[in-house]
Ligand binder design. Structure first.
Ligand SMILES: C[S@@+](CC[C@H](N)C(=O)[O-])C[C@H]1O[C@@H](n2cnc3c(N)ncnc32)[C@H](O)[C@@H]1O
Length: 213
C-alpha cells in the first residue's frame, strides 16, 4: 500500500478527473467544508491534499498526515495556508497526546484499512481527538464500470484490486467497500456515536462523534 501510493503520487489526482464523477465531487466539495467549519482538524492519509484544499479555508487549523513524503510534497504545493501543517505520520500510530482536535477527516482511507484492523484504526484515531469530536470518513461506493474490478478476496473478507501505473508496474491493492450496516455496527460497538450516513452516486460519507462526552 505505502509503496504503491508513493509510486502513484504524481498521477494520483487522475482519480479526480473521471468525467462521470464530476457532479458528485462538486457536491462533496461544497458539503465537506460545511461539516468541518471552525474545527481544529486532524486529517489522516491526506495524500496530495485534494480534500485539505477545501477544508483549510473554513477550519481553525488542520494537521494533515500521510506516510508518503512524495504525496506530502504535492500537498504542500497545493495548500499553502498558514493554518495547515503537513507532516509524515502513520494512521495506525497517531501520537497526539493532548487530544486537541475537535474533528478528524479521512478521505478514501478507510477502504484501505484491512477489516481486521478497522477497530485498531478507529480506536487510535479516537484517542487523538477530544471526546465529542466529529469524525468524517469519506470513501468510494463500488460502481460497476467506473470502479476497478475486484480481483481477489482473502480469508478475512478483504477485497483486492489489481492496479497499473503509467510506468507499467502493477500493484495488488486492498480496497474494501463497506456497506452502511457495517459502519453502523462499528459505531454500535462503542467506537463512535452515529451522526450521519450520506451517499452520492459514487461515494459515501459516515460521520460519528467520539465517545466520552
Ligand atoms: C487513497 S489515498 C487517499 C489520499 C487522500 N486522502 C485523498 O482522498 O485524495 C491513501 C493515502 O494513504 C496513505 N497511506 C498509506 N498507508 C498509510 C499509513 N499507514 N499512514 C498514513 N498514510 C498512509 C498513502 O500514502 C495515500 O496517500
Amino acid at each position: 500500500m505505502q509503496s504503491y501510493y508513493a509510486a502513484r503520487a504524481s498521477e494520483y489526482d487522475r482519480v479526480y478527473q473521471k468525467p462521470e464523477r464530476q457532479p458528485d465531487l462538486r457536491r462533496i466539495e461544497q458539503w465537506l467544508p460545511s461539516v468541518l467549519s471552525g474545527a481544529t482538524v486532524l486529517e489522516v492519509a491526506c495524500g496530495t491534499g485534494y480534500w485539505t484544499q477545501f477544508i483549510a479555508p473554513v477550519a481553525a487549523a488542520v494537521v494533515a498526515l500521510d506516510s508518503a513524503p512524495e504525496t506530502l510534497r504535492i500537498a504542500e504545493q497545493r495548500v499553502a495556508a498558514s493554518n495547515v501543517r503537513f507532516q509524515v505520520g502513520d494512521t495506525y500510530a497517531l501520537s497526539q497526546p493532548d487530544r486537541s482536535f475537535d474533528a478528524a477527516f479521512a478521505g478514501f482511507w478507510f477502504s484501505h484499512v484491512p477489516l481486521e484492523r478497522q477497530r485498531e484504526f478507529l480506536r487510535g484515531l479516537n484517542s487523538a481527538l477530544e471526546p465529542g469530536a466529529r469524525v468524517v470518513l469519506l470513501d468510494n461506493l463500488f460502481v460497476e464500470g467506473s470502479s476497478s474490478a475486484i480481483s481477489e478476496h482473502d480469508g478475512h473478507g478483504n477485497t483486492y484490486q489489481h492496479r497499473s501505473l503509467s510506468d507499467g508496474s502493477t500493484h495488488r491493492v486492498l480496497k474494501n467497500f463497506p456497506i452502511e450496516a457495517q459502519l453502523h455496527a462499528l459505531a454500535e460497538e462503542g467506537l463512535g456515536k452515529f451522526a450521519a450516513y450520506r451517499r452520492w452516486e459514487y461515494y459515501w460519507a459516515f460521520e460519528y462523534l467520539v465517545p466520552g462526552r
